[in-house]
Each structure stands twice: as structure tokens, then as C-alpha cells.
Design a protein around this ligand. Structure first.
Ligand code: CMP
Length: 290
């Protein structure tokens, strides 16, 4: 673990099968402490992109610890196993004997060795008696991976709810679930504009989408259809088409998911060419997966 590895919100140092056996312990803390830890995590460049749920679980699981003035909290080059948030006092960060900075309450430190699976990149020394909150590597990585697994199972559930996806093998669905990204749109917000480059394929998880087409700029858009949960659009992205042929517009708050597509043949009044295009897109996309 001396070499830097690519940063990931979901570190893989733990075997996922271990996750069910690991019990996360919550430590009680005052509302002020909870807020301080949460703020510190959100201000830290490496932690601020975590899910809200992950941040709250880390807050729950951090345990209190104290270190006396003059003591070394972290030694450069050591294997690191704890991430800290400073609640009281002051610490100094040095590297190869050179001072890098001092830190006051509300700062995270010790995150790099745990996030990157590398050795400690600097030494951290208590300049005063200090109070810290800490979480260990196993707890931290369990939180990261559990959230990932929960997402994966929700996405699989969505994919299985799409009638045309039901006959697909589990391993293909699982690969699709891996590449899904959740996007939220507000009511009346455009998702795809007619004529724009299409590079995203969507499956609706929640809400409704209105599809319209405009024959010329002088005419009013023509209503084509409404799509709901489990239906999909944007399949031209899968074929490398340059432009979308219609304007899907969400009718209410929606969650869209990127994936490969299949035609929901039993449902919508697509013209036959559109259905054909969907089926072709489907076969291209799924042949890439398998
Ligand atoms: P880690 O490498 O786990 O342990 C030492 C910590 O010092 C490191 O995580 C960071 O939290 C912190 N650190 C390292 N380099 C710097 C820096 N240049 N400025 C501020 N903090 C640093």
C-alpha cells in the first residue's frame, strides 16, 4: 500500500462478502459535534462529493478520542487506518521535517491514506491538547461499499421492472446497473432538445416525460407521447446518431437513468421506423455488454 491508487468513492480494499458481517457502531454526540463533523467533511476536497447518506453515516460512526499536546497523531510513512476530524485544539502538519500548515477545529485530516490506500503522506502533531473524532478504515470503507451495493440493487430492481429487460440474463442487467447514473430534472425542464447531439440514453425511474416534435420552427411542437417509469428514450445515443428527433420534456420531477435500451413494444404509439431504430439500438448496445 505504498503506491498511490486512483481515488474512488467506493474503495475496494474490502471484500464485499465481508460487508454483511461488519457491524457499524454509532457513537452518541451532541448536535454541535454532529454539525462540526458534517461541515468538516463537506469542506474537505476529498470527502465533499460523498453522498449525503454516506456523510451522515460517517458522522454517526465517528468515535471520540483525545491526544495530549506535543504528541504525534499521524507519522509520515506509517500505514494509516484512521480518518480524523479536529474538534478542539490545534495541530501542525509537516512533511520531511518541513511545516506545511496548522489546522484548527472543523478540519479533516488523515483521509489520504485511507482513501488512496497509501502510507501517511505527512506527520500531524498536536500543538495543544486536542479532541478528535475518528473513524477506522474498515468502518469507512464499509460505509462506502454498502451504499454502492444498495444503489446497485435499486438499479437492478428498476431494470427488472422494464418489461423488455426481463428476459435479459442477470449478468447483463448487472453490467447495465453498474453504468447507471442518477439524474434529476425539474418539472418542465427539457431533457433532450430536438436537433441536439444525443449522447445519453435514459430510463425513467420516477415521474413522467412528455415527448414532442416540431416540424418547423414556425410551428407549435406536436405532442407525441407521454413516457413513465420503466420506459426509456434517447436510444440514438447508443447508435452514435448526431441528433435527437424529438424533445422529451418531464411532466413532473423525474429520476432518469442512463443505460442501454430495449423497446417496450407493447406500449407506445411510436412509428414503425422508430420501433425499428430502438430494436437496432438495443441489439448493438447489448452485444457490447455480453
Ligand atoms: P494522510 O496522508 O492520511 O496523513 C497525513 C495527513 O496530513 C494527510 O492524510 C492529510 O490529511 C494531511 N496533509 C497532507 N499533506 C497536506 C498538505 N499539503 N496540506 C494540508 N494537509 C496535508
Amino acid at each position: 500500500r505504498t503506491k498511490r491508487q486512483a481515488i474512488s468513492a467506493e474503495p475496494t480494499a474490502l471484500d464485499p462478502s465481508q460487508l454483511t458481517h461488519i457491524t457499524l457502531t454509532n457513537y452518541s454526540k451532541s448536535e454541535e459535534s454532529r454539525e462540526l463533523i458534517q461541515r468538516a467533511l463537506l469542506e474537505n476536497d476529498f470527502m465533499k462529493h460523498l453522498d449525503h447518506g454516506q456523510i451522515l453515516t460517517i458522522v454517526d460512526c465517528m468515535h471520540p478520542t483525545r491526544v495530549a499536546r506535543g504528541c504525534c497523531v499521524i507519522q509520515e510513512g506509517d500505514d494509516g487506518s484512521l480518518v480524523y476530524v479536529l474538534e478542539e485544539g490545534k495541530v501542525e502538519v509537516t512533511k520531511a521535517g518541513t511545516k506545511l500548515c496548522t489546522m484548527d477545529p472543523g478540519k479533516v485530516f488523515g483521509e489520504l491514506a485511507v482513501l488512496y490506500n497509501c502510507t501517511r503522506t505527512a506527520t500531524v502533531t498536536a500543538l495543544t491538547d486536542i479532541k478528535l473524532w475518528a473513524i477506522d478504515r474498515q468502518g469507512f470503507q464499509t460505509i462506502m461499499m454498502r451504499t454502492g451495493l444498495i444503489k446497485q440493487s435499486l438499479y437492478l430492481e428498476l431494470l427488472r421492472s422494464v418489461p423488455s429487460f426481463q428476459s435479459l440474463p442477470e449478468d447483463v442487467l448487472s453490467k447495465v446497473a453498474d453504468v447507471l447514473e442518477e439524474t434529476h430534472y425539474s418539472e418542465s425542464e427539457y431533457i433532450i432538445r430536438q436537433g441536439a447531439t444525443g449522447d445519453t440514453f435514459f430510463i425513467i425511474s420516477q415521474g413522467q416525460v412528455r415527448v414532442t416534435r416540431q416540424k418547423s420552427t414556425s410551428e407549435e411542437p406536436e405532442f407525441l407521447t407521454t413516457l413513465t417509469r420503466g420506459e426509456w428514450f434517447g436510444e440514438q445515443a447508443l447508435k452514435g446518431y448526431d441528433s435527437s428527433t424529438a424533445n422529451p420534456l418531464p411532466c413532473s420531477r423525474s429520476f432518469m437513468h442512463l443505460t442501454g435500451g430495449l423497446d417496450d413494444v407493447n406500449s407506445k404509439p411510436y412509428e414503425s421506423d422508430d420501433i425499428k431504430a430502438k430494436l437496432e439500438a438495443e441489439s448493438v448496445f447489448f452485444s457490447c455488454l455480453s
